[in-house]
Design a protein around this ligand. Structure first.
Ligand code: HEM
Ligand SMILES: [Mn+2]
Length: 360
């Protein structure tokens, strides 16, 4: 029997009438937080994405997945254990308690986005916890190649500030990172799944002299380049030399986190890492699943309403993973020995440098 869909603003429909408010939030943030929501189709194929404010920045300024991670690590106190009073977990505490949580070193750079998001949540009378997840899903949907993320609404606007030290730092040893994620219920492979996010990411604070330095040559595209380029032999620092949590990168203008370098080569995770290079669909499917899991930590799924039909469908990816110009297979430090390294075409021409992501 066909169920009747609720009609929301501008004739859009949702399975649940209570989801209609999110179409209005969508319009507002695409226009006023994401610069019109155009995640530049022009971005998707180029390492020279820098001339327009691109999706990486938007992603950061709307998402800060580290806030989600932070929330995720509230896990030890589930709603049940805390007598149902506080919706701990993905509860929006970073927005309600930004005075405390954005000071944690691992949340470096998150304060500005939290401050920019908060008024939207208040204006639309939605909870901080819901808003953070929604903005993340909408931000990702602006990136070509990304999955359309699940979005469930209904987190209470009640939270307590997180204790420090729960979110991993880029200089943490792999064992410690695995432990932190395990505390939140994530397997080593799921860490890799979540790290697909670093394909649309840049650093501002590890080396503050070169803000906007991306982790792969295509920070405007949700592709597998991050998984390719982290396996290349490192050569130079893009900025002023070695910083805590930084190791040499293979391309001028590209930044490499020590944690990404180490996880890519760790025998527990190397095959998951390599598998995404040849299979974009696996990468996005697993990223979506891990993000759903993270977004509902500390929540009871059955008490939330599925508003995923409000999230836009991301543009499709038209590129395939490649070896950056000047690189050959010999430059790849293959770390998975269970399956052959995928065949990649090399970008023609001389080596080029990766353009920084401009501040918005
Ligand atoms: C393995 C643990 C992780 C470590 C050690 C780590 C570390 C970092 C660091 C140091 C930065 C640069 C921050 C700055 O200087 O501004 C960064 C950026 C970023 N990370 Fe992670 N990360 C981890 C996992 C994750 C996860 C699980 C997600 C999302 C699911 C994520 C999403 C991002 C994004 C989107 C950015 C880019 C922000 C921007 O473009 O400005 N990271 N990460
Ligand atoms: Mn990319």
């Amino acid at each position: 029997m066909p169920t009747k869909r609720a009609t929301c603003s501008k004739g859009r429909t949702s399975a649940h009438a209570s989801c209609c408010v999110w179409f209005d939030v969508l319009d507002d943030i695409q226009e006023n937080l994401f610069d019109g929501g155009e995640c530049g189709e022009e971005v998707h194929e180029s390492l020279r994405v820098s001339s327009s404010p691109n999706v990486t920045r938007r992603f950061k300024h709307t998402y800060s997945s580290h806030s989600t991670m932070l929330l995720a690590f509230h896990r030890p106190f589930s709603p049940r254990e805390s007598s149902g009073k506080c919706g701990l977990g993905a509860d929006g505490s970073i927005m309600a308690h930004s005075d405390v949580e954005t000071l944690f070193p691992a949340n470096n750079g998150i304060d500005d986005i939290v401050d920019r998001q908060r008024p939207f949540a208040i204006a639309h009378k939605v909870s901080f916890g819901d808003f953070i997840q929604f903005a993340g899903a909408v931000g990702v949907s602006n990136c070509p190649g990304a999955p359309s993320l699940e979005f469930l609404a209904g987190r209470l606007n009640v939270s307590i500030a997180s204790p420090p030290g729960l979110v991993p730092d880029p200089f943490d040893p792999v064992d410690k990172i695995i432990d932190r994620f395990a505390d939140a219920g994530f397997s080593p492979n799921e860490i890799v799944d979540l790290l697909a996010s670093h394909t649309i990411a840049a650093q501002d604070h590890v080396d503050p002299t070169i803000p906007g330095t991306p982790f792969d040559s295509t920070p405007g595209t949700f592709d597998a380049q991050f998984f390719v380029e982290t396996l290349l032999v490192g050569q130079t620092f893009p900025g002023n030399g070695s910083n805590q949590g930084e190791v040499v990168s293979p391309l001028a203008g590209e930044f490499r986190l020590q944690s990404d370098f180490a996880i890519a080569r760790d025998p527990r995770m190397a095959c998951e890492w390599q598998s995404f290079i040849a299979n974009h669909n696996t990468m996005t499917t697993k990223f979506r699943a891990a993000m759903s899991k993270m977004a509902t930590l500390g929540q009871i799924r059955g008490l939330l309403t599925d508003c995923s039909d409000v999230i836009p469908v991301p543009p499709t990816l038209t590129t395939k993973p490649f070896l950056p110009a000047g690189k050959t297979l010999k430059d790849v430090q293959v770390a998975c020995h269970a399956s052959p390294f995928p065949v990649l075409t090399a970008q023609p021409g001389p080596a080029t440098s990766v353009a920084p992501v401009p501040p918005s």
